[in-house]
Every structure is written in structure tokens, then in C-alpha cells.
Design a protein around this ligand. Sequence first.
Ligand code: CO8
Length: 260
Amino acid sequence: MEFKNLIVDIQKPIAIVTVNRPKVLNALNLETVGELGAAFTMLEANPDVRAIIMTGSGEKAFVAGADITEFRGKTSPEMLPFAKKGHDVARIMESMGKPIIAAINGYALGGGCEMSMACDMRFAADTAKFGQPEILLGLIPGMGGTQRLARLVGLGIARELVYGGEQITAQRAYEIGLVNHVFPAAQLMEETKKFALKLAAKPSHALKMAKLAMNYGFDLSLDNALMVETQCFAQCWSHPDLEEGVAAFIEKRKANFHQD
Ligand code: CO8
């Protein structure tokens, strides 16, 4: 599949999705948002891919937000489908069975920070900058930022970032729990790949069940969430990986997953 604004590089067993609009700091225009949805849907269906990295082209930006030039002269009804499309892509990312790691190589602002929050985890370069600067445009976050940020860092700090619109450093993002790890910029991709390969070696069906249980359960009441977990737990018996993992433990050998 060919993309105009993305590079999708499959390096079995992982894939790297790079937003490739460096002249505008990888800002997300509507076309790019559509391509991201298509790319993740394609990667979900590709059995050669077990983990995905999402990053931005160039050294300056992961994604500097939605493409502001597309905002001019628009009306509220015209912008509804734009926001809906962004949410749809984020939901594709969260509901697909494969883990996605954001390798944040620079500015992750507005829709860029929001895209990263739809990934399973965030690894950042020490030079990266984060923020929800929409307020400075007379706007609010529209790709889940008013919701996912609070779920990751707590409502108080999320309010500070969304109301204030200020950028924070990678170190601060780490301190508030927005990113999992911070690496020197030159090592970011190597370290992220190393981790993605570790995830790719895990039994993929169990990993999918863990992702679904955590993503679907998180917003439910504890009773309902535990029901989701019960279903996903029991589903693990529907895949040969479990038989293999248990046999390997009992026979004191390394498990040989991915026979499917
Ligand atoms: N949209 C369009 N163009 C952009 C964007 C953007 N978000 N960000 C940067 N660019 C362009 C600049 O206009 C500039 O273009 P040109 O060279 O033609 O002048 C080029 O990229 C380089 O940028 P700068 O010269 O500004 O670079 P600086 O190093 O001086 O500054 C910054 C970097 C701080 C990142 C600055 O560019 C900036 O503030 N960018 C805007 C950040 C922002 O406000 N982002 C939020 C946008 S709103 C949003 O994301 C809402 C999400 C809605 C949901 C989306 C659903 C899909």
C-alpha cells in the first residue's frame, strides 16, 4: 500500500510508521489522518508484524499537531467530521491487538501529543517537547486530549497543561507519567526498536488479550472490567501458545511461541 504522507517500513517482526511531512513538522492534515487509519488497519492484518513503532520524520518533530492551515474559514459542522476521524484513528490504534510504541523524537504538540497517547507507551528523546497548546489558538484538544491526558497523568496536571497551553520537557513528561522512558536523542530509535523486538517475541495472542483487557476495562466499573478480564483470560486457552508456554515451564525449556 502506498502512502503520500507516511512511510510504513516493515522490518519483520516489527513495523515503523513514520509521519512524513517534515516541512510542516509532521502536522496532521485530514489526508494524513486517513492514511494513519489505513496503515494501522493494514498492519493489524499483517501476520508478519507483531509490534509497531510510530514516529515522526526529521529531527525536530514527532507531530506538531493538526495542520493549522486547514482550520481557516471552516465552520463548526465542517469540523465535526475532522474530530471524528481523529478519534476513529485513535480507537483503531487502541483496539488493535498489536502493541504500538510512540518514539517521540521532537515536538509532540496538540494532535501529536494526542496521537502518542493513543499508543500503548511513549519513549521520548531528551530533546522532545510535549504540550496541548490548542488554547493558544482559541481551541481545545480534539483528538482525545481532554480525556486521555487526565487518565494518564491525573486531572489536576491535565488541566494545567490544557488550560495553560505551555510546552513541557521530556524530563517533566517523564516525571508526570506521560512518557515511559527518556533516552538521548541519538539512541531513541535503537532503544525503541530493542523494546519493540522484545514485545514481538512475546506470545502474540496473550499480548493481544492483555491489551484488550486493559484498554477496554480501564473505563468500566471494577466489576465490569473484571468481567472483561475473565473473558480475555479464558480466551488464552483458545490459542496453542498457552499450551506451549505451560509445557515449556513444566519441561524446563524455552517456549517456542508463534507456531501459528
Ligand atoms: N500546522 C501547520 N503547520 C505547522 C504546524 C502545524 N501544527 N506546526 C508547524 N508548522 C509549520 C510552520 O508554519 C512552519 O512552516 P513555514 O516554514 O512554511 O513557515 C514550519 O512548520 C516550521 O515551523 P516553525 O517555523 O514554527 O518552527 P519553530 O521551531 O519556530 O517552532 C513549533 C516550532 C513551536 C512547534 C511551532 O511550529 C508551533 O507552535 N507549531 C504549532 C503547534 C500547535 O499549535 N499545535 C496544535 C495544533 S491544533 C491541534 O493539534 C488540535 C488537534 C485536533 C485534533 C486532530 C484530529 C485529527
